[in-house]
Every structure is written in C-alpha cells, then in structure tokens.
Design a protein around this ligand. Structure first.
Ligand code: SF4
Length: 315
C-alpha cells in the first residue's frame, strides 16, 4: 500500500480557515501532521504504540475537529490520488443514467450493463421513445429493473420535453427529474459539470460517523455537517476519497484497521481487525487501491498504475 506523506502543506484558502485555526497549519514538519506520518511509519515497523482504541475519544473542539477532518482528507488524497467516480460515462446524460442504475448494485455491474444501453439509446430522445420491455431486458442485470426502467425513461422524457434534450446543470432542476435525489444530483454536478458537491452514500455516511465528523444519519444533515468542515471546492474530491476508502479498507463489517493509513487520526481504530497481517487479508476489493470498478477508467488512474476491472464473464 502507498504510504501516507502528510508533511505536505495544504492551502485551505483564506475563506476555508476555521475559526481559531493558526495560519500555516500542516506546514510544520514537527507538528501533529508529521507526527501522524511518523506513527504510521513506526506502526508499520511494529515499534509504535497503537492508536487510541474505539470508544476512548476525548471531547474535541470544533477547531480540532476541522483540523483532524482536513488531515484525514489530505492523507486519503495521498493514498488515492486517482480517486474518481467509478461509473463509466462519456457525458452528463450517461452519468445520470448510470447513477440511477447504480442503486442497490455495484458500479462494476452497472459498467458491464450500460454500454449496450447507451448504444441502443444514445440520446434522451431515443430513450424517451423506447419500448419499456426492451429497456428492462437491457438493464435487468442491475436489479430492480422494472422500477429503474420507469425512472430512466421518465428522466429521458423530462429531458426531452423540459430541457431541450440536455441534462440541466443545477441542483434545483436536477432534483425535479423523476427518481433523482440530491445524491444523484451531486454526482452529476460534481463529475459532469464541475460543481462541488458532497455525495452521501452508504460508505460516506458510515465513515464520517466512524471518524466522529458528525453523528447525523439523515443524508441531508450529514451533507450539511461535513460540508461545514471543508472548503466548498474540495467537496467533490473529498467524496471520492471517502468512498474509495470505504470500499477498499474501512469496510462495513470488518474494517481493516491494521492496514489503514489513517489509523492515527481515527477515533474508531480498533472497531476492525488490528493485526496488520490479518488486516491485509481483508483487502479483497483490491490490493492497495487497484483495480477499480471502471471498465474504461480515467487516464489519471491508469497513469497511477491502475488497471481496468475484469470484463464481463471473466473471473
Ligand atoms: S479502517 Fe479502522 S482505523 Fe481505518 S478509518 Fe476505518 S475504522 Fe478507522
């Protein structure tokens, strides 16, 4: 696994400075960020005192929470420099459909399914005029295919009739489309329009609660609470970092704490397997971050050594 380099100064920008946070935070090589890196290194060498186990967290001020949250995000950015949406898409229309289809299934399954769908219905006009039974057959592998067919044909119809065949680029307009909630809207805004957004999926909610960034369980409240800890411009990549970590290391049932690069910053360290060797064996999704779920991954991912997911039907 890629080691975490946490001594890199990060400019959070003047507007991002939390109240009471000293200027230049993170730039002092002897400061707490460098200390976290040392602890990570020492733990790998088996000479470190383990991080505080879960349940032994002292009260943390808001300022300290902001600083810790940003350190976690910077550390994850080092571990997953290629973090990206794991749905294959070439335009906003494809991303919108793929995101709707991704409910209750894996991104890989969606990526294995959408090429035929996009080839058959390349525009909203084509899909709006589709025979629902034919669409159902195409998207059947993603599960809940009848409801999803209704949703995507409804979306295509709305795009054709109300938006001139284009995907709208605002939250207000996107959430008016049938079956599109804030989560789907933020995925599209963040990754097809460059508008910062926080995507609260199951991984994101689980991890931010483990990290004590918030206790909220309602996705809208989680989004607001976490958004307040970070500059807006970081929201989209923050979402990717957290979701990547949730899929790869901080699993729902058995987090691989002993193989986790942010253990020194995590109040939930100890909820999962702490033995480094046993923890490594839990990293079944991929080793060290690769491969992802995209059959056509972005260039940055490939340049970082990533490989595409296996084609449909292969092992
Ligand atoms: S894997 Fe363990 S140490 Fe790492 S973030 Fe999850 S709970 Fe914390």
């Amino acid at each position: 696994m890629k080691s975490v380099k946490t001594s890199q100064p990060v400019d959070d920008g003047p507007s991002a400075q939390p109240a009471g946070e000293p200027a230049g935070e993170g730039s002092d090589a002897s400061g707490p960020t460098a200390g976290a890196a040392k602890r990570t290194k020492a733990r790998a060498a088996g000479t470190a005192r383990p991080p505080t186990p879960a349940g032994a967290v002292r009260a943390e001020s808001h300022t300290a929470l902001v600083r810790r949250a940003r350190r976690i995000n910077r550390a994850l950015a080092e571990v997953y420099p290629y973090a990206h949406p794991e749905l294959d898409f070439e335009n906003s229309y494809q991303l919108l459909l793929a995101t709707v289809l991704s409910a209750q299934t894996t991104d890989l399954r969606v990526n294995q399914t959408t090429p035929r769908l996009f080839a058959a219905y390349p525009t909203p006009e084509d899909l709006a005029a589709a025979n629902p039974e034919e669409v159902e057959e195409l998207i059947r592998p993603t599960g809940f295919f009848r409801a999803k067919t209704k949703s995507i044909i409804g979306i295509a119809t709305a795009l054709r009739d109300e938006f001139g065949g284009e995907v709208p680029g605002t939250l207000e307009e996107l959430v008016k489309l049938p079956g599109v909630g804030r989560k789907t809207a933020f995925v599209v805004l963040g990754n097809a329009f460059g508008v910062p957004g926080i995507t609260v999926d199951t991984h994101f909610g689980r991890l931010v609660r483990r990290w004590k960034w918030t206790d909220e369980t309602d996705p809208d409240k989680v989004e607001a609470a976490v958004g307040a800890l970070f500059p807006k411009r970081e929201w989209t990549m923050l979402s990717h970092h957290v979701i990547f970590h949730g899929r790869r290391i901080c699993h729902s049932r058995k987090p691989a704490c002993g193989a986790c690069p942010i253990a020194p910053l995590c109040p939930a360290y100890g909820e999962g397997e702490m033995d480094p060797e046993k923890a490594k064996k839990l990293l079944k999704y991929e080793k060290g971050g690769m491969p992802g779920q995209r059959l056509k991954p972005p260039a940055g991912y490939l340049e970082a050594g990533g490989i595409p997911a296996s084609p449909l039907g292969s092992a």
